[in-house]
Design a protein around this ligand. Sequence first.
Ligand SMILES: *Cc1c(COP(=O)(O)O)cnc(C)c1O
Length: 404
Amino acid sequence: MGAFPREFVPLSAPAIQGREWEYVKECLDTAWVSSAGQFVERFERMVSACTGARYAVATVNGTAALHVALLIAGVQPDDEVLVSTLSFIAPANAIRYVRAWPVFVDAEPVHWQMDPEKVVGFLETACEWRQGALFNKQSGRHVSAIVPVHILGHPVDMQPILEVARKYDLRVIEDATESLGAAYRGTPVGILGDVGCLSFNGNKTITTGGGGMIVTNNGSWAERAKYLTTQAKDDSIEYIHGEIGYNYRLTNLQAALGCAQLDKLDEYVRVKRRLAETYARALSPVRGVVGPREAPWAFCTFWLYTVLVQENQYGMDSRALLRKLREANIEARPLWQPLHLSPAHAGVHSRKCPVAERLNQQALSLPSSVGLTSDHQQRVLDILQGGPGPAYSDVVADRSSPTT
Ligand SMILES: *Cc1c(COP(=O)(O)O)cnc(C)c1O
């Protein structure tokens, strides 16, 4: 390595390769920059078309989409809502925004998604059906919904979850924010349950800078979502508001970006699947580095290509490898702290989630940008294939220093 720092390789940078300039310029030229304008509706129609949802309602971000999805699904204060523990924190926070309680569900070990057996097990054994509703026997609370989170571009095994939800009259709210473009048994994620949520944050496959979307086939829910996200205004001349709403609107500028980005979704997913193939091929001989597996019933977008690092075989744990990558100016990241361990959700009645804890110890997401060049990908691979080379002793020394 020379004296010059090598070019930074980001984990997931936006790709701006379509008509973004043209569409945004149109907003600027016409001064339609705010929450009204043709691009918002156009973006909603495009998302409807690409997910197959009858309705799509744009929101300011994915977290707001989750908040409003829980409201329109009728989740009440003090209800319990099952949610994946191995997830970014947003869905659990949204459950608290409506003053309901998360029940964290462990991941399954093969695809790392919400474990449907654990969902069914909890509902069948820890809950009881009385007076036409389901209650948690221990807490006494009404269980009203399930929020499966399709993490990293791979769908949750939805069929058993949808079946048990039907049996116990539970709503299913899909957090599809990481997995736009993915499909379960041929059906796009987001429309498998009662309502789905998407995100267009800067690190997602498609971005509007920040943005989100609620998708559903239920017309009255869609109407209510629009109402709640636009301050619940009943009379737009007299400004009479029927209830307490939210300003969760997406701007025309953001939607213009979204229209240009969405045109590229299929192409970007193809690129990500190709990157994943290259990673998989190059890493298959590396002992102790296990790549993601696409289920036979899944179409995965490989939003973030994530590997498990098994210390006993690889000779180094995921965090040591993380530091080695960072030293080489390559951004990588572990998966999120499982939510049942999160200080933000301390006090939430918690169940054992050993699989999520192990995955959290072992997982590392690798650079997965649509714009990742083969040179940059090779730099990542060189580090991983190098195993515990000379840098390892540095890492060990570093680890035992009194300042760390
Ligand atoms: C990105 C993401 C969201 C939404 O994030 P926003 O930044 O609010 O758009 C929600 N849930 C998960 C699992 C996510 O990864």
